[in-house]
Design a binder for this molecule. Structure first.
Ligand SMILES: [Zn+2]
Length: 286
């Protein structure tokens, strides 16, 4: 079995990170690295994934390449030819071309679960109605919903939040544009983990709704792991199968160690919390 790359390795673009992966896994990695390096200007991680694989499942390599090319064109219109976003996507395409051509690019349809807790955790995706993470099975097509939002789609709360979503996505884009990218923070010599902790805890943070929300939970907020647990709260450990619980344990350890990987999650939380607060006060005024 090919060794899974660590989250940190995933952050850097190297040919080896695509080894042994199918197109769905590769597209997920590209979307993740892209949002980490450049923020949400190409859309959120899930939106980019949808652009790269519109059918939402593994496809041929040439099809993936075609969609990366289309995604690139979005940036040709916005930036100079040599923009770092385009260079990044060009690099991805060079790497894809060099991959050994494989016939088997799909996950076996019959595969019920990911083989390890780490693989399950690496495939967590964002709740459709908030910022929390949700475990999914391979090829599962159900709308991802966290323990709080696992509601019937006809319920008032579900519909209320679904209506908020367009605004939230716009707000995430605005937030990513107004804040520095991880790339820029790192270049300015700041410690990424400390910067992100400040976003969550500092009363002067540019994410005030997030700071207020985390304080309101009355949970410990000393370490990165405390903050991540508060962000994901509540996870109903008593209701989930053991292997999903193990995936959550892996996720909490790994994502708190590499806390910078939660940047987009923090912005997503801020956008939802802000939209929620504004709706409660009679809707957004313009
Ligand atoms: Zn949720």
């Amino acid at each position: 079995m090919t060794k899974k790359p660590s989250t940190l390795q995933k952050y850097h673009l190297k040919p080896s990170i695509f080894d042994g992966k199918n197109t769905l896994e590769v597209a997920r990695i590209i979307a993740e690295i892209f949002t980490l390096q450049f923020g949400c200007q190409g859309g959120t991680k899930d939106e980019i994934l949808k652009t790269l694989l519109p059918k939402g499942r593994a496809n041929t390599w040439s099809n993936l390449d075609k969609h990366i090319n289309l995604f690139c064109k979005q940036f040709y219109q916005k930036y100079e030819q040599n923009a770092k976003e385009i260079q990044f996507l060009d690099n991805v395409r060079y790497i894809l071309e060099d991959l050994p051509q494989r016939q088997k690019y799909r996950l076996p349809e019959s595969k019920e679960e990911y083989p390890t807790a780490q693989a399950t955790a690496e495939h967590f995706i964002t709740c459709s109605l908030c910022w929390r993470s949700v475990a999914q099975k391979p090829l599962e097509k159900k709308t991802p919903l966290c323990h709080i939002h696992d509601l019937p789609s006809s319920s008032n709360e579900y519909r209320r939040r679904a209506r908020m979503k367009v605004q939230v996505v716009n707000d995430i884009v605005k937030l990513t544009k107004s804040l520095p990218t991880l790339w820029e923070i790192k270049r300015s010599g700041q410690n990424l983990n400390e910067y992100l902790k400040g976003l969550c805890l500092n009363p002067e943070s540019p994410l005030p709704y997030l700071v207020k929300y985390l304080q309101s939970l009355n949970l410990p907020l000393e370490t990165e792991k405390d903050i991540l647990q508060a962000l994901e709260y509540p996870v109903y450990y008593h209701k989930i199968p053991l292997h999903i619980k193990e995936a959550w344990d892996f996720y909490m350890e790994d994502r708190s160690k590499h806390f910078k990987l939660n940047y987009i999650k923090l912005l997503t939380a801020e956008a939802w919390l802000q939209a929620d607060a504004e709706r409660k006060h009679g809707g957004r005024r313009r």
